[in-house]
Design a protein around this ligand. Sequence first.
Ligand code: ATP
Ligand code: MG
Length: 402
Amino acid sequence: MINYDRILIRYGEISTKGRNRNMFVDKLRRSIYDVLNEFPGIKIESTRDRMYVVLNGADGGEVADRLKGIFGIQSFSPAVKVNKDIEEMKAAALALFLKHFEEGKTFKITAKRADKSFPLNTDELNHEFGGHLLKNVPDLKVNVKKPDINLQIEVREEAAYLSCETIEGAGGLPAGSSGKAMLMLSGGIDSPVAGYLSMKRGLEIEAVHFHSPPFTSERAKQKVIDLTEKLANIAGNVVLHIVPFTEIQQLIHQQVPSNYTMTATRRLMLRITDEIRDKNDGLAIITGESLGQVASQTLESMFAINDVTTTPILRPLITMDKSDIIDIAQTIDTHDISIRPFEDCCTVFVPSSPKTKPKRDKVRRFESFVDFEPLIAKAVNDTEKMVIKPQSHNEESFGELF
Ligand code: ATP
Ligand code: MG
């Protein structure tokens, strides 16, 4: 009986990052330790182009399940380390192969020799190990193009590693390797997806939500907390800022012509988010906007709203169709929370006919008659800051591999 004792992790994109490489690898190592913190025995060994999570008795299926969600991992393989002794390697290869083999399955060997002093070269390794399996497994067939089982053999300086399975990782860049940005998080479908895609590119996010009690309910707030929790499940704790927005929205409604209230509301949200960003050392703001989706998301609207800041605004969904956004929302498990029927502050105050082509100069002029500054300062000051933790994890799905 042979058991996998480690998981080989391939970085993909990170290994091309030049001088930043060490930082990326460090961040990835930290993410893995964070996500696997409930397995105190595990150890990470890293080399130039890969890492090994050494299980030390931890349940490989559960560990694999956690690894699947970590950004910066291209793919991974349960693996076993063996001494560089050809007979020992052959015995291990056969034992491992038999764990995966069922009648009728085809195979190939993919050997790599990083240690050039090893007596067999790549072709000879393929040959020697392929022959050994064919001799010992009746009716076994080779299929080089599309094998059912690809037994990988890597001979490195310190040992040889065998694996039979490659599992696709989450891709992207390690958590926090790209800096921090504020995610404007409504209760809708889009902004959690924008948050997820930003996290995938290595951004640390803090969420900002505008809340207008009593026009918006506690349940609307809970919805945003639940959405943030889903994001926390992806890359660890997420800070959530809840901004009390009622007074500002009421003032806008009293002072701004109704077809411009939506534009003014967005501008004020953006100004406040920018102040919170500044206080928390973020360098960008993320929104769930998608071009042309609703009145506030025409190019004219974005031009008029974006006017209040020079901070980069990242819009990961800008070119995406709604159906593609919904697909992602379903994969990250936020969709069903987003469609709960509690209104957010924009839905409550939305005018019946918002301008689809607002003019920047007009909205500037309407706002100039009102002194929003004290209310902005008060809203920033009264913002509630919460730290949302990940929930416990789903059941494992890779148990049978180990
Ligand atoms: P979503 O599905 O994310 O709510 P949407 O399609 O409803 O987006 P809008 O209502 O125009 O579009 O909102 C555009 C973006 O503005 C949102 O994606 C979000 O980033 C931000 N936003 C809207 N409402 C709020 C809010 N109450 N708090 C924080 N951000 C908000
Ligand atoms: Mg919305």
